[in-house]
Ligand binder design. Structure first.
Ligand code: CDV
Length: 309
């Protein structure tokens, strides 16, 4: 019996400083893509906002600086070389970037680019953490709600080669709905990138748990929905903000099968068995047979005490 297998890679990046030019950063991505191709990878997942520093971490006063962080097209003259490399190497990739649309809307976006260099799927981040306004006294900001709109494309899936892929971005990975919606739509593999500070200014009690909660979210999502998850970090100290690494490849069993060891540019590669998804979905997570959505409706009314007081 033949199994459906795929070789995937998480292409973790170390910090991208403000001072880095786009060509410098792109050269790092291309180097990782080439290394992945050498290791036989067919799909490479880059982090959230891979082309720039994670600018929501500070207030950008200067409009020119702010606009310089967004891509108006993909590929753009600045990113074309990465697409050309993908075509030459026959490797697909997922790229997180800040998107500016033709009608001046701004999204935190990920694109799935196939091995011919064509964008075949786009996802715009739905769960935007952080704030609209500057938080006085915080050691760093998270102004995603200021710089991006909530994604308007929903959680879509894309058939590619012998599988179905869903995309998510960073904070999405902490929400059960992300994986469940993608799984219900048939995704077998979820690809996501993240920029996660090692500390949380407003919830310091979780500071020692950042790495644990990162993996916990993705492992739970993978197991409870019988899917593969590739999660890729932008890691290390970027513009004064320490970010976690821990890029991973997680099986539908919830097990981590490969993980990054550094906080720098690092490739994490594994051959994955896509049929494992079906084995779990035929048994313990047979949605058709065992899910009871008709019984969930009655408990969607929020409790008066809710989750905040
Ligand atoms: N880029 C992110 O979405 N980061 C969030 C942080 C701010 C908590 C995350 O969930 O990792």
């Amino acid at each position: 019996m033949t199994t459906r297998s795929l070789t995937v890679a998480a292409a973790q990046l170390g910090p991208v400083p403000k001072s880095a030019s786009r060509p410098d950063t792109l050269a790092r991505l291309i180097k990782l893509l080439e290394a992945a191709a050498t290791e036989g990878a067919q799909l490479v997942v880059f982090p959230e906002a891979a082309l720039t520093p994670f600018f929501p971490h500070w207030l950008v006063d200067d409009d020119n600086e702010l606009l310089s962080y967004y891509e108006q097209s993909l590929p753009s003259p600045d990113t074309r070389e990465l697409f050309d490399a993908a075509r030459e190497l026959r490797v697909a990739f997922v790229l997180g970037y800040a998107e500016r649309t033709d009608d001046d809307r701004y999204f935190n976006t990920a694109a799935l680019v196939d091995e011919t260099g064509d964008v075949i799927h786009r996802y715009r981040k739905i769960h935007l953490p952080g704030f609209q306004s500057v938080q006085d006294g915080a050691p760093f900001q998270n102004l995603e709600k200021r710089y991006f709109e909530v994604g308007d494309l929903g959680f879509g899936v894309q058939s590619w080669r012998n599988t179905t892929i869903g995309l998510a971005i960073c904070n999405d990975r902490r929400w059960a709905e992300t994986y469940r919606v993608l799984a219900l739509k048939g995704a077998e593999l979820v690809c996501l990138g993240y920029n996660t500070p090692a500390s949380t200014p407003h919830l310091t009690e979780s500071n020692d748990l950042t790495d644990f909660q990162n993996h916990l979210s993705m492992q739970a999502g993978a197991y409870q929905n019988s899917m593969w998850v590739v999660g890729t970090a932008k890691a290390g100290i970027e513009e004064g903000v320490a970010q976690i690494g821990g890029s991973v490849i997680i099986a539908p069993s919830g097990e981590i099968i490969a993980t990054a060891r550094t906080l720098g540019d690092e490739l994490v590669t594994a051959e994955i068995d896509l049929d494992m998804v079906m084995r779990y979905r035929r048994d313990v997570f047979n949605f058709e047979q065992h899910r009871r959505p008709e019984h969930y409706k009655s408990i969607t009314e929020p409790h008066p005490r809710g989750n905040t007081r």
